[in-house]
Design a protein around this ligand. Sequence first.
Ligand code: GTP
Ligand code: MG
Length: 348
Amino acid sequence: MECGLIGLQGVGKTTLFQALTAHAVPVQVGSMKPNVGIASMPDPRLERIAEFIPPEKLIPATVQVVDIPGVPSGGGAASLNQVLAHIRNVDAIVHVVNCWDSRDAAADVASMDAELILTDLVVVEGAVDKAARAARSGDADAKKRVAVLEKVQEVLSEERAIRNEVWDAAQRALLKSYGFMSAKPILLVANVGEDDVAGGSKAADAVHAAAKDLGTTAVTVCAMIESEISEMAESDRSEMLESMGIERPAIGVLAAAMNVVLGLSTFYTAGEKEVRAWSITAGASAPEAAGTIHSDIQRGFIRAECYHCDDLFELKNEKAIKEAGKLRSEGKSYAMQDGDVVHFLFNV
Ligand SMILES: Nc1nc2c(ncn2[C@@H]2O[C@H](COP(=O)(O)OP(=O)(O)OP(=O)(O)O)[C@@H](O)[C@H]2O)c(=O)[nH]1
Ligand SMILES: [Mg+2]
């Protein structure tokens, strides 16, 4: 799973990237090359599981983050195309909006969305022609493509994003293969100033309202403070947060919102060696979940022994969970529940 940070120039994308990746990679400032890094997803449930099953290592779920160069506000065709090409490759978009000294944050959101729609429209026009030609020469697959692409074209011509239409799984796969940008899940970040961490400004309000219009959510973050916090030792963080009036790092709030927007859910593996969180597509089957750990476990899947983390929080240990009859044995067709703690049995 790859998340792209996009936005106008100088809105704090690289600052947020450094916060998300805890300054793990040297960044290129103002370069036309994207910065790529791994972000750990903060997860209070993971910490809690480790209280009951103390491990040697605690490993959070991760997501790959790509810090994409800023879109010049004037347009500037050549560099704009370069930027947009990077957006085409990511699975989801996090749009960062300047809320500390923007003149019109709502307009910034709208212009970026319009840019995505317009670029998709150019792509689909070429794609429809090509698919139609193939369909005429008797390609059955191309006929299906034409139907989907014509609907895409209709939606885009009405200046609507593809993401808000209803598509089945096969259609979604097709949209993805074309890299349509307005089809990707999107999350807005209202990047507020240090004097407005609660996000009470007009600009932050405007971004939250714009998110509603787009059919998604917005998260208020002060990238600058989050970036500073991410560099601190764990022990100094809480004091810093308290002094700033921040309840919990916004990165945690952002991670939770990302899970919702991306349609992800989390399962856990827990033992003395490590307690670990794993991200999967919500509703994934037990073998698919096993496959995120290792393809061998998916291939040789026998069954999943699992319980819900809430059972652990209530009953305190696995023995008590078993005695209460809450330890389940699930087969190949089991759809994973968010918060499952799993032990996979497999044979290869
Ligand atoms: N006041 C304030 N300034 C910020 C915040 N986040 C970023 N900045 C400042 O905005 C400037 C640009 O930040 P970057 O993170 O480099 O912005 P960017 O979006 O990566 O910029 P480009 O890659 O050039 O498009 C820097 O001087 C930051 O210090 C914030 O939350 N509050
Ligand atoms: Mg940058």
